[in-house]
Write a protein that binds this ligand. Structure first.
Ligand code: ZN
Length: 640
């Protein structure tokens, strides 16, 4: 047992190669505001909704039919759908850190009892294989056996860390012991087509101290990249199996696989300190952010292979942008932040959270996008009520569930564990990375944070408790922020953003001291990298960390024909009628009249431009789109 284990999704061991230490979710509470409301809805709406779908989709019956011959249900669902149960259990596990729940407790106990009956004597557990539909490890390319094991282990870890109940973890550990016996010490030279087991095994090592789990995680990272998985449908790059991870310069292939793999790479780095792993992960992260990430934080440009595209291949309408890939990018960024202390990683986490991640989920918290476009040209049919589209159907509104149901439970576990991502500590003090109403405890330091962020950028931090000796409070100053200001215990002090992107105040603190950080949030226009051909000549509207979009619910205005007037100054307004009150950005625009083109797809250069009439454009936060029925939407807007 790691005696200093931290209740959080990533809990490096004492002595790990950290610049910043994570804080326990027990000590970081989101107390109010947008995320606290979402965490409440996560417990009361999303989790029960997910549990119902596990029944409806037969995920639980897949286990029951193996446990009890009297259950005659056919095995249903994809080869990897055991992981739906495991991720829901993980979400519930993290949620239980917010307080007990009889309903969740029962669900966990029933699930554990079921899994204990289904698992084989040697620890192996997989309903697809145990139903006789495949041989064990006969198809690592597509079988997802280790992937599912990873999610089982992570669920067990979550429950063990928040409740002390190790019964689910015991099932996961038996499976891990079996994997060590089967694959460990080079007994097999191949690995699962879908990374995930690597990060889970490191977490299990952290929890148990059993070195064999860490060694197996490293082995599975080492063998990948040498063509050990097979070509599958999309070729070995889809599986990150063409270039060994230490030599790779950019993210390639299936976006979720690439990023889960890098999470495992970073976890192995944090425990071993092997610098080549950190360098490879940083290189790939930088390439991803600079060349392969959408403004909303979404990643994955191609439907084919659910994959990263080429550099600067970032079409806003044909994007894949799977919700799970945004979450994986967040998880990777968090590990990099812990390793390096570089606030750029926290900047990306924030961009993902307020845009791609928030936009994935309906305001009712029971509807989900799998694919997260930045532009929709024509309204699509709404998602079928009570039904579940294929992941690639990209319905006009968020669907209740998906045929491939990876994303909704991933959202569940991320919201439940969000407290683990707010703050860290080091030998000098405490760092605040994400601003929300919260209480933060780190050793002898206790802070409370009051803010309306991101409605405005005023963050008020009160020192509730402090040791007598001086320590440093580090407040992230996001890269988008110009002219931040800081008041410390009533005195205005100049803000100097350090090389990591933080304003650092070191002093002897007294109980009741207040620090007010003001991050002004005027609306701003953003241009894309010039090489992103798909949106060159266009601008996006942002305010603070929030990307805005134009949404047209009834077809007016025609978003194919809107433009922003060159030099227009966007202005921030409060619209009390929209979504029960929200901040919008208005900007002077033009509605083009393209009727003179009469069906021409192109013309010789020099032809007179289309006429147009002035129009006021109203941009809403991107995260709110598709909550008023099927609509058209765009984030990048041409400049007139
Ligand atoms: Zn997904």
């Amino acid at each position: 047992m790691n005696t200093e284990e931290i209740v959080a999704p990533c809990s490096p061991r004492t002595g790990a190669h950290l610049t910043l230490r994570p804080l326990s979710m027990e000590h970081v509470r989101i107390t109010d505001g947008y995320w606290a409301r979402w965490q409440r809805d996560n417990r009361t709406v999303t989790a029960p909704h997910a549990m119902r779908w596990l029944e409806k989709d037969g995920v639980l019956d897949n286990f029951r039919r193996l446990a009890d011959p009297a259950v005659t249900a056919e095995r249903r669902g994809w080869v990897f759908c055991d992981s739906d149960l495991y991720k829901v259990l993980e979400g519930i596990g993290w949620d239980l850190s917010h307080g007990p729940s009889e309903e969740f407790g029962r669900f966990v106990a029933d699930s554990v009892a079921l899994l204990e009956r289904v698992r084989e004597d040697d620890g192996y557990l997989n309903t697809f294989v145990q139903a006789g539909l495949k041989e064990r490890y006969a198809d690592l390319t597509r079988g997802h056996e280790l992937y599912c094991a990873g999610h089982l282990i992570q669920a067990g870890i979550a429950l063990a860390r928040t409740t002390g109940d190790e019964s689910l973890l015991a099932v996961g550990r038996r499976f891990a012991d079996h994997l060590v016996a089967e694959f460990g010490d080079g007994r097999r030279g191949d690995t699962d087509g879908h990374p995930e087991i690597e990060t889970a095994l490191v977490e299990l090592y952290r929890h148990t101290g059993e070195r064999a789990y860490l060694d197996l995680a490293r082995q599975l990272i080492d063998v990948r990249g040498h063509g050990v998985i097979g070509p599958g449908l999309f070729g070995p790059a889809y599986f990150q199996d063409t270039v060994p991870v230490r030599d790779q310069d950019t993210v390639v292939g299936h976006a979720v696989r690439a990023l889960y793999l890098l999470c495992g790479v970073m976890d192995v780095y944090l425990e071993t300190g092997e610098d080549a792993l950190l360098r490879a992960a940083r290189r790939q992260w930088r390439s991803m952010v600079g060349e392969k990430t959408y403004l909303t934080g979404a990643v994955g440009s191609r439907f084919e292979g659910e994959a990263f595209g080429d550099r600067f291949e970032l079409p806003p309408d044909l994007i894949y942008g799977e919700t799970c890939a945004s979450i994986a990018s967040l998880m990777l960024s968090w590990r990099l932040l812990l390793a390096t202390g570089d606030g750029a990683h926290a900047d990306l986490i924030e961009r993902i959270l307020y845009n791609a991640f928030s936009g994935s989920t309906s305001l009712g918290r029971d509807g989900f996008f799998y694919v997260n476009p930045l532009q929709r040209r024509s309204p699509r049919p709404p998602a079928p009520a009570g039904g579940k589209p294929l992941r690639t159907d990209a319905p006009g509104t968020r669907a209740e569930w998906y045929d491939v149901a990876c994303c909704p439970p991933n959202i569940l576990r991320t919201v439940a564990s969000l407290g683990g991502y707010l703050a860290t500590s080091d030998d000098h003090g405490v760092q605040l990375h994400l601003y929300m109403p919260s209480s933060v405890r780190a050793g002898e330091v206790a802070l409370s944070v009051a803010t309306r962020y991101p409605e405005d950028g005023v963050v008020r931090v009160t020192v509730e408790r402090s040791p007598a000796s001086p320590w440093a409070l580090s407040l992230r100053v996001p890269a988008w922020c110009r002219r931040p200001s800081l008041i410390v215990a009533g005195e205005s002090v100049p803000v100097e953003r350090d090389e990591r992107g933080y304003a650092v105040v070191e002093r002897v603190w007294a109980e009741g001291d207040v620090v007010v950080l003001d991050l002004p949030m005027p609306a701003r226009l953003t241009v894309p990298h010039p090489a992103v051909d798909a949106v060159r000549g266009q601008v996006a509207i942002e305010r603070g960390p929030v990307v805005h979009c134009l949404e047209s619910v009834g077809g007016e205005p025609d978003l194919d024909a809107v433009e922003v007037v060159a030099g227009a100054e966007p202005r921030v307004e409060w619209d009390a009628d929209l979504f029960g009150g929200t901040t919008v950005v208005r900007v002077e625009g033009r509605l083009r009249d393209d009727s003179g083109w009469a069906g021409d797809g192109w013309r010789e250069v020099g032809t007179p431009a289309s006429s147009g009439r002035p129009i006021e454009l109203t941009a809403i936060p991107y995260r709110l789109w598709a909550n008023r029925g099927s609509s058209t939407m765009r984030t990048w807007i041409p400049v007139a």
